[in-house]
Each structure stands twice: as C-alpha cells, then as structure tokens.
Write a protein of this length. Structure first.
Length: 45
C-alpha cells in the first residue's frame, strides 16, 4: 500500500469518526496553515 493511499484512508476514517464534512476539514487545514506560517514568520524575526 503506498503512502498516499494509506494517508487518504486514514484521513477519511478520521473525518467520518469526527462527523465533519469535507468543507469543514478544508477550513481546519487552511487555518492550520495560516497558524504555522505565522509561527514560522514570528520565529524568523
């Protein structure tokens, strides 16, 4: 089983277990990306 398929299956199982829609998951990912970017920028300054 390749790593992409394994990650995809894991993410889908977690999404269903949490009861989240794909749209909610996209927003969580976006906000996480913004937070990580802000952290990296803060650490660089």
């Amino acid at each position: 089983m390749n790593i992409f398929k394994m990650h995809s299956d894991l993410a889908e199982r977690l999404r269903i277990k949490l009861g989240w829609s794909h749209y909610a998951l996209y927003w969580v990912s976006f906000i996480k990306g913004v937070a990580v970017t802000c952290l990296v920028l803060w650490l660089m300054c």
